[in-house]
Write a protein that binds this ligand. Structure first.
Ligand SMILES: Nc1nc2c(ncn2[C@@H]2O[C@H](COP(=O)(O)OP(=O)(O)OP(=O)(O)O)[C@@H](O)[C@H]2O)c(=O)[nH]1
Length: 601
């Protein structure tokens, strides 16, 4: 039995990080779950415990809540999860496009932050009705009345109906459920008799069921035994199972208009399912596909190489496995003169890069060297063609290049006034162009246009340290602009280390070259010979440092015949060696590749 449209509410929760989105979601699940605790138990045990035992993370993308409102009517509330970080803005937008309303959660002790704005504007762009929820009213520092005004002033939303809650203590949370029912609209369209039309919202790989596809049904019904067709790719699959998450996975006979749920078929790879694609029934297709989405484009690239060349096959298997579950992560094989075989990998942003790198090291037990992150440059060549450059090492000969374009972002930064000076300087140093400066209460709201290239290194870390953690930051890509960019190479012991080469703006080249040489001098241990470290543009050396020679005898300190101690020290040194990489005659520690890029301004 499908639910009548006017008894369905599909909503997401948008918030700045740490404002309490997850805590509120848990409360809502807890409050509504009580209703059917008895009949849920078995199901929960069935699906969740096995998964938990085997350590599979359940990607609770959406949860169906059954709620009996104060008016005595039963509603189905679908809570659609959205990630909070800027790198995943694309995922936020597709989740929002699939529902009609949002809860805007704002921490009543902190107020509006950069991601509050970015996320709520996306919700507004998707024509969402919005319920304002002021959270953490239990905190002594909470000022719900002031923050209510701030929401009205800064965002322009009517906050007179704002719900005051403490997601932590549960205070006010039942009012949120009533607000969802009465202030958010039901699905706007939906014809149960029409041919199946559904939106592919997300998909992920499950060890038992294969690929699980999350869908939002627009028209018609989806059920087991149907042959469905993905209108974008043309691929056909037999539906083997339909169900919902409560949050445990529960099978249902069918999914009807307005509903969220999942289906499985014999789909082998997440890459076969395109987010935003329209799904219809092969036998009776819908006439018109949904507008669709742009696929998420990787914007940051870096090379990943095993520290030990013998681990290459393990790395290949590991990136393949990760890709199964994350279609926005891309990779292709790469060879580097310095680092041997590895992969050039594409990410949605720096956080995405860090997550993947950490997972490879932790879950797959790999020691990796990551090369300098690079954005995608456009090379306009003399012959009139344009080439995308993902890797500075592949840069065409300069005489063939007419111009180079680089991606720019529009950044929004909110900061307490005290740190404004430092942040303005940071943005200025990174070639930023100020677009706006206004005030939200006592905090400055800065809008800056910046080259992404200047942000990928350590902009976020610097911002946090300048503002003692108080500044918040959000960005989106805007356009490509021509820039005076040059390729800077780093030579260690007169050998260029391709993995350390990068494109920089000509005006910043010398400063950056010097900083890199100084950092590398600290990071490269002394050898038995002198090691020159140089930065160069073309054939011109722009900076130079030297690591002086030293005979390093680690056992010298161990007088006498304490063999075990000596052995221990030698073992320790060997362990240290493992994380080094040989370039010609020089050992460069793994961390040098990341550390050398941190400028510290
Ligand atoms: N005092 C108080 N603390 C709260 C309340 N709600 C959430 N918190 C705390 O605030 C912190 C952040 O809460 P989360 O629910 O994880 O925030 P989030 O927005 O989901 O954060 P991300 O998942 O990291 O985006 C946690 O330490 C919570 O315990 C509240 O009503 N009162």
């Amino acid at each position: 039995m499908t639910t009548p449209l006017d008894h369905i509410r599909n909503f997401s929760i948008v918030a700045h990080i740490d404002h309490g989105k997850s805590t509120l979601a848990d409360r809502l699940i807890q409050l509504t779950g009580a209703l059917e605790e008895r009949d849920m138990k078995e199901q929960v045990l069935d699906s969740m415990d096995i998964e938990r035992e085997r350590g599979i993370t359940i990607k609770a993308q959406t949860v169906r809540l059954n709620y009996r409102a104060k008016n005595g009517e039963d509603y189905v509330l679908n809570l659609i999860d959205t990630p909070g970080h800027v790198d995943f803005a694309y995922e936020v937008s597709r989740s929002l496009a699939a529902c009609e309303g949002s809860l805007l959660v704002v921490d009543a002790s902190q107020g509006v932050e950069a991601q509050t704005l970015a996320n709520v504007y996306q919700a507004i762009d998707n024509n969402h009705e919005i319920v304002v929820v002021l959270n953490k009213v239990d905190l002594p520092a909470a000022e719900p009345e002031r923050i209510r005004e701030q929401v009205e002033e800064v965002i322009g939303l009517d906050a007179s109906n704002a719900v005051l809650i403490s997601a932590k203590t549960g205070l006010g949370v039942p009012d949120v459920l009533e607000a969802i029912v009465h202030q958010l609209p039901p699905p706007r369209e939906g014809d149960i008799a029409a041919p199946l039309k559904a939106m592919l919202v997300d998909s992920w790989y499950d060890a038992y069921l294969g690929v699980i596809v999350l869908v939002r049904i627009i028209d018609g019904v989806m059920k087991k035994g149907q042959t469905i067709r993905m209108m974008g790719t043309g691929a056909k699959y037999l539906v083997e199972r339909t169900g919902v998450f409560k949050p445990a996975r529960v099978n249902v006979d069918e999914l009807g208009p307005g509903e969220f749920g999942f289906f499985t078929g014999s789909i082998k790879e997440v890459a076969d399912t395109r987010v935003g694609d329209t799904i219809t029934e092969d036998r009776r297709p819908t006439q018109k596909a949904l507008p669709g989405f742009k696929p998420a484009q990787p914007v940051v690239f870096c090379g990943l190489f095993p520290v030990d060349a013998a681990d290459f096959e393990d790395l290949r298997a590991a990136v393949g496995k990760l890709r199964l579950n994350d279609a926005s992560f891309s990779y292709e094989m790469e060879t580097s003169a310095a680092l041997g075989f590895g992969f050039r990998c594409g990410f949605l942003g720096l956080l995405h890069l860090e997550i993947i790198q950490e997972r490879l090291e932790r879950e797959f037990n790999l020691d990796l060297i990551a090369t300098a992150p690079s954005v995608v440059y456009r090379m306009n060549l003399i012959d009139g063609t344009t080439k995308e450059l993902h890797n500075p090492a592949d840069m065409p000969d300069v005489v063939k290049i007419a111009s180079i374009e680089e991606p720019w972002i529009r950044a929004t930064i909110l900061t307490p006034d005290d740190y404004l000076g430092g942040i303005l300087k940071l943005c200025q140093d990174r070639r930023g162009i100020q677009a706006d400066l206004s005030y939200v209460g006592k905090r400055a709201m800065l809008t800056y246009d910046l080259p992404l290239n200047e942000v990928v290194f350590d902009f976020y870390d610097r911002l946090k340290s300048i503002s003692k953690g108080y500044a918040s930051f959000d960005y989106h890509l805007t356009n490509y602009r021509e820039g005076d960019l040059v390729k800077m190479s780093i030579l260690v012991n007169d050998e260029p280390v391709d993995a350390l080469s990068m494109l920089v703006h000509r005006s910043a080249a010398e400063k950056r070259g010097r900083a890199m040489c100084e950092k590398l001098k600290e990071l490269i241990p002394q050898h038995l010979f002198k090691i020159p470290i140089q930065a160069a543009i073309g054939g011109r050396i722009i900076a130079r440092e030297t690591v002086s020679a030293l005979r390093k005898d680690v056992t010298a300190k161990c007088y006498g015949g304490d063999v075990t101690r000596k052995r221990k020290l030698l073992d320790k040194q060997k362990e240290g060696k493992k994380r080094m990489r040989q370039f010609g005659k020089v050992d460069i520690p793994q961390e040098a590749f990341i550390q050398a890029l941190k400028m510290g301004d």
